[in-house]
Design a binder for this molecule. Sequence first.
Ligand SMILES: [Zn+2]
Length: 217
Amino acid sequence: MNISHHFDDATLMAYAAGTLSQGMALVVACHLHWCPECMKRVKQAEAVGGALLDNINPVAVSDSALDNLLASLDDVPPAAVEKVEAVKPTQSDLPYPLSTYLDKPLDDLPWKWIGYGMYQVDLNFGGKGAARLFKLAPGVSVPHHTHTGNELTLILRGSYSDEIGRFRRGDVADLDSDVLHQPIVDTGEDCICLIATDAPLKFTGIMGRLIQPFVGL
Ligand SMILES: [Zn+2]
């Protein structure tokens, strides 16, 4: 796979530290499944974190500290656990971490039409960090939008271009609230993406405001 767009170091470090939302951790785990370069950077971040822990001087803790720690382990999201399994071989064309969330092939999912050649499937993680699959018809132009928080996108099939460049299968877009962009899908085939946000998208143009209630992000 020829990957040309990767995650920021800040995103990979947050992933290594386990501080990303479940949806965002899933997008990162899926890219790592395909990208040895980002996997190497995550391992480096984990090594740095481990070295820092080794150099911390021991301090006295309360009697309940171990119980509290064990209780907090129950809250670890599945995606954080999956990062160690991300290199398992897979039978389908999906990255392994995503395939564990889907009971059907991409084409058989219950795609919901949201207008202008766009369809979505909500992975229903709930809470603050939404994760969805988006399917965009060939040639579709997504209305201009910015983000009120961060947005991570992994291309699973097809390709699109925006102000930043051309994004193909395996590439990721790691966007924050400063970016205003308008992805346009290439004409050959549908473009299917896995997208996680930690806050709603903010559409800016008139077309965007019309579809905002249907996207529900
Ligand atoms: Zn990468």
